[in-house]
Design a protein around this ligand. Structure first.
Ligand code: PNS
Length: 160
C-alpha cells in the first residue's frame, strides 16, 4: 500500500525550512504531496501560480514529490488524494498551540488522517516565511534562507 503524506501550508514564499521538511517526510511516506492552500485568510505576497512554480523549482524533480493546490478543507483534499498523514513542522513552543488545535480539529473531521509533527534542522528552526518576507522587504540578505529562485523572486518583488 502506498503511504501518501500531505504537507500543507501557504508557502509564501517557500523556504529552506520547507525543503528540509519535505526531505524528512520522505522517510515516513512513499510519496509527499506539498499542498498549497488557495483560500488562506492572509493576503499573500506571491500568487498561487508563482508559489507552485517556486516550490517545484526549489524541490527539484524527485518523482515521489508533487506540488498541488487545494481549496477548502485540508481533510477533504486528503480524502480525495488518499492521504493518511498530514505533516507539519514544529519549530518552537509558540507553534504548538495553533498546531495542536489544528491537528485535533482535523482528526475530528477525518479520523483516518494522522497529523505528524516533524522537527526541522536546528539551523532552520528560527526560519519562517513571514520573517523572510520581512527581511527581504527591507533589502536584507535572504540567500541562505531560501532557494536562489525564491531569492530572485523576492528581489524582483521588492525592487524599488
Ligand atoms: O502555512 P500555514 O499558513 O501555517 O498553513 C496553514 C494551513 C494552510 C495548513 C491551514 O490553514 C489549512 O489547512 N487550511 C485549509 C482549510 C482547513 O482545512 N482549515 C481547518 C484546519 S483545522
Amino acid at each position: 500500500m502506498t503511504r501518501t503524506a500531505l504537507y500543507p501550508g501557504s508557502f509564501d514564499p517557500p523556504t529552506r525550512g520547507h525543503e528540509d521538511l519535505v526531505r524528512r517526510s520522505l522517510a515516513l511516506a512513499d510519496r509527499v504531496i506539498v499542498a498549497v492552500a488557495t483560500n488562506s485568510a492572509k493576503q499573500p505576497l506571491f500568487g498561487i501560480e508563482e508559489r507552485l512554480e517556486l516550490l517545484r523549482t526549489a524541490l527539484g524533480s524527485d518523482p515521489r514529490v508533487t506540488v498541488e493546490t487545494f481549496d477548502g478543507l485540508l481533510v477533504e483534499f486528503a480524502r480525495k488524494v488518499g492521504a493518511t498523514m498530514a505533516v507539519r513542522g514544529l519549530r518552537a513552543v509558540s507553534d504548538f498551540e495553533y498546531e495542536f488545535q489544528m491537528a485535533l480539529m482535523n482528526r475530528q473531521l477525518h479520523p483516518g488522517l494522522e497529523t505528524v509533527f516533524l522537527v526541522p534542522a536546528l539551523d532552520l528552526t528560527y526560519l519562517s516565511s513571514s520573517l523572510v518576507r520581512e527581511v527581504a522587504r527591507h533589502g536584507g540578505d535572504v540567500s541562505a534562507l531560501v532557494h536562489p529562485a525564491v531569492a530572485a523572486a523576492l528581489q524582483r518583488r521588492f525592487a524599488r
